[in-house]
Design a binder for this molecule. Sequence first.
Ligand SMILES: NC(=O)c1ccc[n+]([C@@H]2O[C@H](COP(=O)([O-])OP(=O)(O)OC[C@H]3O[C@@H](n4cnc5c(N)ncnc54)[C@H](OP(=O)(O)O)[C@@H]3O)[C@@H](O)[C@H]2O)c1
Length: 429
Amino acid sequence: MSSPLRLGIAGLGTVGIGVVKIVQKHAELLARRSGRDVTITAISARDRLKNRDADLSAYRWENDPVAVARADDVDVFVELIGGDNGIARDSIEAALRAGKDVVTANKALLAMHGQDLAELAESLGRAIRFEAAVAGGIPVIKAMTESLAGNDISRVMGVMNGTCNYILTRMESAGLPYEAVFEEARQLGYLEADPTLDVGGIDAGHKLAILSAIAFGTQVDFGAVEIEGIERVSIDDIRRAADLGYRIKLLGVAQMTARGLEQRMSPCLVPADSPLGQLHGGTNMVVVEGDSVGQIVLRGAGAGEGPTASAVLSDIVEIARGVRLPVFGQPAASLTAAQPARTAVPAAYYLRLELQDKPGALAKIATVLGDAGISIDRMRQYGQHSDSSVPVLVVTHKTTPDAIDFAIEALPRTGVLVSDPVELRIEEV
Ligand SMILES: NC(=O)c1ccc[n+]([C@@H]2O[C@H](COP(=O)([O-])OP(=O)(O)OC[C@H]3O[C@@H](n4cnc5c(N)ncnc54)[C@H](OP(=O)(O)O)[C@@H]3O)[C@@H](O)[C@H]2O)c1
C-alpha cells in the first residue's frame, strides 16, 4: 500500500467534526477504497478548549489555519471554516502555494472567488474539490463534472436551501404565517447567524452560480444571479397555489439562452405532483437536463453533519486515489465570461389581486393584462375577504417577464386594487 494521505483540517464545527468522525469510524474502509490509509495530522479552530464531542488528542493543534495549510506533514488541506474571504481564502491560497490539494465545503468563497482560486490551483498543478459546497450530501458536482460530461446541458434547477424549504412546507402543513415559522426555524437552530443568507436566497444563489459554471463552461458569476428570497411569500399565496395544484419553492434556475446566461433564484410555483413539488422539509433537490441523458433528478439531505461530511470524504478519497480534474470540470483558463441575461424565457405567471368589490373591477384587470399582451389561462374569484374587497387569482398563459412587469406597474392605476398585486412565476419542471 502507498504512503498515507495526511489531512490537515481547519474548522471543527458541524462539518469538520463530521469529517473527523468518519475518518475515525471508517479508517479501514477508507483505506481499502483509497488504496492507502487516510489519516489526520493537524487540526485548527478558534477555541482549543471547546468540547467537540470527538477524541482529537492524536492530532496536532494549530491556532492558525495557515500553519495547518503549510505544514510539511499535511498533503490535503481541508477548509471547513466558511466565509467568502478572510482566513478561509488566505489559508486555501497558502495551502495551494505550499503544494497541497484542497477540499472545501465553502460555497460562499467559491461563488465569489472561484475563478481566481481555480486559476491559482491549476497554475500550480493542484486540485480544489468541493462536493459538499452544493446541496450537502447530494453528489451533484461529481454527477455534473464526470457522469454527465458527454451532455450539452440545457438547464439546471434546484431547491438548494433546506431552511427555506422547511419554512415553506411548514407554513403549508401548519397553516402558519411566514413570521411564525421563521421564528420556529430560528429556535430550532436552522438559520444562519445572518438569516438573510438563507431566507434572502443568497446561500442558494451561491450554489446556483457554482453549478452554472460547471454546466455551461463559464466563469462563476454570482453577481449576475437575479435573487429574491422567500420573505414576501404569504400563507395566502401558499393556500391559493395549493388550490390551483401548485407548491411554492425557492427555486434556482440556470439556463443558457441566445441572449446569454440566465440565473435566477426566486420563489416559484411548481406543480404539486412534480418531483420538486413533492420535496418536503429540509431536503434538497437538483434537476439537470442534458441533450442525451434527458432529465436527471438528484435528491437528498442538503445539510447537516453526516451528509456534508460524507461529501467531503468523497473528495478526499478521490484525491487519495490520484484522481485529478480541473476545478470546474474544464481548465479554468478555458472558462468563458458569460454574458449575463435578465430572465426572458417565457413562463406562465400566478397573479393574486385584492380587488374592490364593485362592478367592472374584473373587466379593468382583464383590459390591463390584454394591453400588456398577456392572455389569461384561468381566473378564480374567492368569497369576500372583508366588507369591501375580494381576492382574485389569475393564471396567465406563457408570457414574458417584461410583459408581467408592465402589467404590475399598470394594475394600480385601474383604481380597483386594495393592495399591491402579487406575482409569482410558474416554472415548467
Ligand atoms: N453545516 C452544514 O450543514 C453545511 C453544509 C454545506 C456546507 N457547509 C459549509 O461548510 C463550512 C463549515 O460550516 P459549519 O456548519 O461546519 O460551520 P461551523 O459549525 O460554524 O464551524 C466553523 C468552524 O470554523 C472555526 N473557525 C472560525 N473562524 C476561525 C478562525 N479564524 N480560525 C480557525 N478556525 C475558525 C470555528 O471554530 P470554533 O469551533 O472554535 O468556534 C468552527 O470550528 C462553511 O463553509 C459552510 O458554508 C456547511
